[in-house]
Design a protein around this ligand. Structure first.
Ligand SMILES: NC(=O)c1ccc[n+]([C@@H]2O[C@H](COP(=O)([O-])OP(=O)(O)OC[C@H]3O[C@@H](n4cnc5c(N)ncnc54)[C@H](O)[C@@H]3O)[C@@H](O)[C@H]2O)c1
Length: 310
């Protein structure tokens, strides 16, 4: 039985990862300050004797004797990470420093949840891991983008200096159950608006593109990377790409909604095109996202329908 620490384990991705790792017979510790996470996401885990929840911030040093660390702690949705940008930046940078120190002390393997946002408003398309990105270091997204870029820098320096076993996953837009009702990211926004027949809000003219990965595919990719001998960075996501306006129309049709489209100004530094090149992860990790957008959206809509009833 492996002992595995997940920071940010009460959040959207962390809670699915915790459940999957418990189901595989591991001992799982979730460390989370519940900033955007919710203990309700961990309901299927809390009664398992091989599960432990610790309420703490990754900004402060911590110690657990573990074999693996998944460092996921960080608010991920723009409204939440922009609410307190200094906290967000500290979470990324002090959070990874504390995780790296733990990996150094214990010899644990470490996987960092990095992001497609390290590519910024990418000038390369689709984005490959070799692309250095186009990030505005002074903008309102920088607390997140630059925090994650700095975290990658620290990981690579710890590998070179201290020979630790660390891996970088660059996660592209992922969606599914356990997202918050007020998450604020496009998939959950559109589903919630369509379910209530409210206007669907499109920022800009809707010609910007995004690619969406269902949560179970992403979790599979994270575990494949942790089990591999590779360091990465690896892009993990689903390369099926949609223009936002087409995606909104698709959600309306799929959920038989009467919602209308309304257009709002585009926030600054919003990336125009987002599509991962996952050929490296396919070849080296055997990563192959399988869940179709139709299947994934239906499961997510079922979840939000239940949540709205509660
Ligand atoms: N969901 C995506 O599409 C996506 C895309 C790219 C990267 N990521 C990365 O994956 C990770 C998880 O994202 P998510 O979508 O599950 O977001 P989330 O907001 O649902 O989860 C983040 C979790 O981290 C916790 N947290 C925040 N600050 C903390 C701190 N200082 N100390 C301890 N816990 C803290 C929150 O309470 C929450 O439970 C994040 O690091 C995010 O940057 C997610």
């Amino acid at each position: 039985m492996k002992k595995i620490l997940i920071t940010g384990g009460a959040g959207f991705i962390g809670s699915h990862l915790a459940k999957r790792l418990l189901d595989e017979g591991n001992f799982v510790i979730c460390l989370d300050n519940l900033y955007t996470g919710d203990l309700k996401n961990l309901t299927p885990c809390l009664e398992n004797k091989n599960f432990k929840f610790v309420e703490a911030s990754v900004i402060d040093p911590y110690f657990f004797e573990v074999d693996e660390i998944y460092n996921l702690a960080c608010p991920a949705s723009p409204p939440h990470y922009q609410k307190d940008p200094i906290f967000t930046f500290k979470t990324s940078v002090f959070g990874i420093l504390n995780a790296l120190e733990l990996a150094k002390k214990t010899g644990a393997k470490l996987l960092q949840a990095s992001t497609s946002e390290v590519y910024g408003d990418a000038k390369e398309y689709p984005q490959k891991e070799s692309y250095f990105g186009n990030v505005n270091p002074n903008g309102i997204r920088a607390c997140y983008d630059e925090g994650k870029r700095a975290a990658e820098t620290l990981i690579c320096d710890y590998i070179r200096k201290h020979d630790i076993n660390a891996k970088i996953a660059r996660i592209f837009n992922t969606y599914g159950p356990n997202m918050r009702l007020d998450d604020g990211r496009v998939v959950s926004n559109f589903i919630i608006q369509a379910l209530s027949n409210n206007d669907i809000t499109i920022y800009g003219d809707g010609t910007q593109s995004r690619s969406f990965c269902y949560i179970s595919d992403l979790v599979e990719g994270l575990i494949l990377l942790m089990q591999s001998n590779y360091q990465g960075p690896f892009n993990l996501g689903n390369p099926d790409e949609f223009k936002i306006i087409d995606f909104a129309k698709y959600v309306i049709e799929l959920l038989n909604s009467n919602s209308k489209l309304v257009f709002l100004p585009l926030p600054s530094d919003d990336p125009t095109k987002r599509k991962p090149d996952i050929s490296f992860a396919k070849e080296k990790l055997g990563f192959n996202p399988r869940v179709t957008i139709q299947e994934g959206l239906k499961k997510t809509a079922e979840y939000f329908t239940e949540l709205q009833k509660a």
